[in-house]
Design a protein around this ligand. Structure first.
Ligand code: AMP
Length: 177
């Protein structure tokens, strides 16, 4: 079985969550499977080792789960990107558009030394709005986005193209729907 087949067998489709018309990709079955989880982490770590990242920035909340395991595997600092109002210290914010309305994410202003090579991780790439907002914050504090990592890409949405155009990197993901 390829890693893509294995991952797909461990992602559960939940229809009409969190609202009608959305098919939510639930990674709970993957989290419950230590062998598959390890294979996922090892595959991502192997891909990013040659990229020589200085840090990984991961997006709350599901990005934290594998983000820290990847940070561990690469032996690099983990930087939390959080929803508005959660980080305690001095921070920068980035607002971005959702289908209806806007959302905001934040990062500590001292999270990265200037010139840091940073990969950004989240569980899933959809429109790319969240990941692009995280990328802008990395750049704002003087870092360079050298990679994007996701478990899942929704290929019927423009996230992959958006990140390629705005950050000049090909997002890495293990399974595409
Ligand atoms: P986007 O900003 O549109 O790329 O959305 C990505 C963010 O929303 C990620 O943090 C995902 O976890 C979450 N997300 C969007 N669509 C889905 C979906 N169909 N299933 C699970 N999570 C999703």
């Amino acid at each position: 079985m390829t890693i893509e087949e294995r991952l797909k067998s461990l992602v559960r489709d939940v229809h009409d969550f969190p609202k009608p018309g959305i098919v939510f990709k639930d990674i709970s079955p993957l989290l419950a499977n230590p062998a598959a989880r390890l294979e996922v982490v090892e595959t991502i770590v192997r891909h990013f080792k040659p990229v020589l990242p200085d840090a990984i920035a991961a997006i709350e909340a599901r990005g934290f789960i594998f983000g820290m395991l990847i940070a561990e595997g690469l032996n690099i600092p983990f930087v939390p990107v959080r929803k508005s109002g959660k980080l305690p210290y001095k921070k920068i914010s980035q607002r971005y558009s959702l289908e209806y309305g806007t959302a905001e994410i934040e990062m500590h202003e001292d999270a990265l030394p200037k010139g840091s090579r940073v990969i950004i991780h989240d569980d899933l790439l959809a429109t790319g709005g969240t990941a692009a907002a995280a990328g802008k914050m990395v750049q704002h504090v003087g870092g360079k986005v050298v990679g994007y990592s996701f478990l899942i890409n929704l290929s019927f949405l423009p996230g992959e193209t958006k990140l390629k155009n705005e950050f000049g990197v090909q997002p890495h993901y293990l399974a595409s729907f």
